[in-house]
Design a protein around this ligand. Structure first.
Ligand code: PBE
Length: 267
């Protein structure tokens, strides 16, 4: 990367997001595991603040290193790329899985069946995330359901309706999970459930579902992003399997930056 010291230009700082995020944990680990990142700072704040800083850096063609992930519109909206992570701190391909409290299958077999069947594609989730830039998630999710009724129907094929049973879904406070939770809500409501959505930090998702305070969640990113929490509570909840494949987390930079790997960042 020529004679430009990227570290100096970004003030040896990685621009992160909320401290409770799995990706924030991974970035803290990266600072420990990459010797060349000794002395670097991980600046945690919020997703909104990170995106604002990213947008400003791109407007000014400045250097920036951010916590990046997809599904998200950041790769469509901004000209950014992932940099390599040879130590695999951020994992490889991630999937999103559905977990349920023990006993849900017996107590609410209809809801369990719908949640178990919930599976969609990256494009589906991203289309709601994009639409939700202009309207609320409820409306964006409803529009997607209207256009994809067959998919939604396939999740509840043969499932009986119930008469106003209450069910609570825990989610994490990111757009990807707002999208899946709102679609699950609509699917469950169409079979007679009263659905409450409760946004909490990733660790609390596992804690709440394990304790039976929440019935289920479509929010866990695996095998790396939320692995610590997944393993901490393993055996206290049920994993119903993937609801989406093809996710990823890592460090992102503007494509004009001449850097390809975390290992190439200067101490
Ligand atoms: N994310 C989006 C979350 C999960 C969903 C990658 C920012 C996280 O890091 O925990």
């Amino acid at each position: 990367n020529g004679d430009v010291n990227v570290g100096e230009e970004v003030e040896y700082t990685i621009t992160g997001i909320e401290p409770g995020a799995g990706i924030s944990q991974a970035t803290n680990k990266a600072l420990e595991e990459y010797d060349n990142l000794e002395g670097w700072t991980h600046e945690e704040s919020s997703t909104a603040a990170m995106l604002t800083e990213l947008g400003e850096a791109l407007d000014n063609e400045e250097e920036i290193i951010v916590a990046a992930w997809n599904p998200h519109y950041m790769f469509a909206k901004y000209d950014i790329k992932y940099i390599d992570d040879p130590k695999g701190v951020y994992g490889g391909e991630e999937y999103i899985t559905t977990i349920a409290r023990k006993g849900l299958k017996e107590d609410m077999p209809e809801a369990y069946e719908i949640l178990d069947n919930f599976f969609w594609e990256v494009d589906d989730m991203e289309s709601i995330m994009l639409a939700a830039q202009e309207k609320d998630f409820e409306e964006a999710a409803q529009d997607w359901v209207d256009e994809n009724q067959e998919t939604v129907d396939s999740w509840s094929e043969g499932v009986d309706s119930v008469d106003g049973q209450d069910i609570e879904l825990a989610l994490t406070p990111w757009d990807s999970e707002r999208a899946s939770a709102h679609v699950a809500k609509i699917a469950l409501e169409s079979k007679g459930f009263n659905v409450t959505l409760t946004p909490v930090d990733p660790q609390i998702v596992f804690q709440a579902v394990s304790a039976g305070d929440a019935d289920a969640s479509l929010a866990p990113w695996m095998p790396q992003t939320h692995r610590d929490f997944y393993e901490k509570y393993e055996g206290e909840y049920e994993d119903l399997g993937k609801n989406l494949e093809g996710a990823k987390i890592g460090l992102g930079v503007p494509t004009y930056m001449d850097i390809d790997s975390i290992e190439d960042l200067e101490p």
